[in-house]
Design a protein around this ligand. Sequence first.
Ligand SMILES: [Zn+2]
Length: 260
Amino acid sequence: MGHGDAELGVVLKTTPLRESDLLVVLYTATHGRVTAVARGARKSQRRFAGALQLLVLGRYQLGRRPKGELWGLDSADVEREWTQLASDVFAVAHASYIAELVAALLPAESPEPEALDVIVGLWESLSEGGASPAALRNVELALLELAGHQPALASCAACGERDLESGAMFDPARGGAICRRCAATSRGPGVRPLEPGTRRYLVEVAAAHSAAAARAIDERYPSGDRTAARDAMIAMVGSLVGKPLKSLEYIAKLGAAARR
Ligand SMILES: [Zn+2]
């Protein structure tokens, strides 16, 4: 059986379905985010060749749609894999968060050709040097941009003012950085002060051309700026997705354990 026309993609999530099937959420190059039924995959994964997991760039043979929105997933093959990262809990946590973010943020069946490169770019960066906050923020910001929700960082999201050095706030509901004057009317949940260093860190991270290229930025900023940037981005994601992401809670627990 040839896989010449199989779709390049990655698995975002798998859920048991009935007795023997798996429901698989994929991000594919040509169809974007799709949900497919892998028949019998809970009993035998032979047809799927280890490609139904995180950290694998695979080829997925999508069959006809039996009904509604679900595709059939007939078979799969591994194209490249980064599964050696599975023993690194921080790497897995970052990869899981990005998978959950793509599933929650990018609309179904609306392909963004760059999204796969962004996801794989994170895995490359993780295998080069482990988990890095700046690399994760770079990927998060790239995905927000693809989803049309890039936060304003260089000028006020409300009025365009470029002076954000004093009294600036971060307001996720208004779209990012808010100048001192506009901040007077920012009162929603998730609104927080945006220190100049935190803002510069996010600007630098967003400008890096890949996750791996962003790594070095962490060393140039105090941990307070990295933490504040993380919290601002989590507030932004929460405001867009409208629910807490499970993988973020897990990352927070890992972070707390590492500090003890
Ligand atoms: Zn303003």
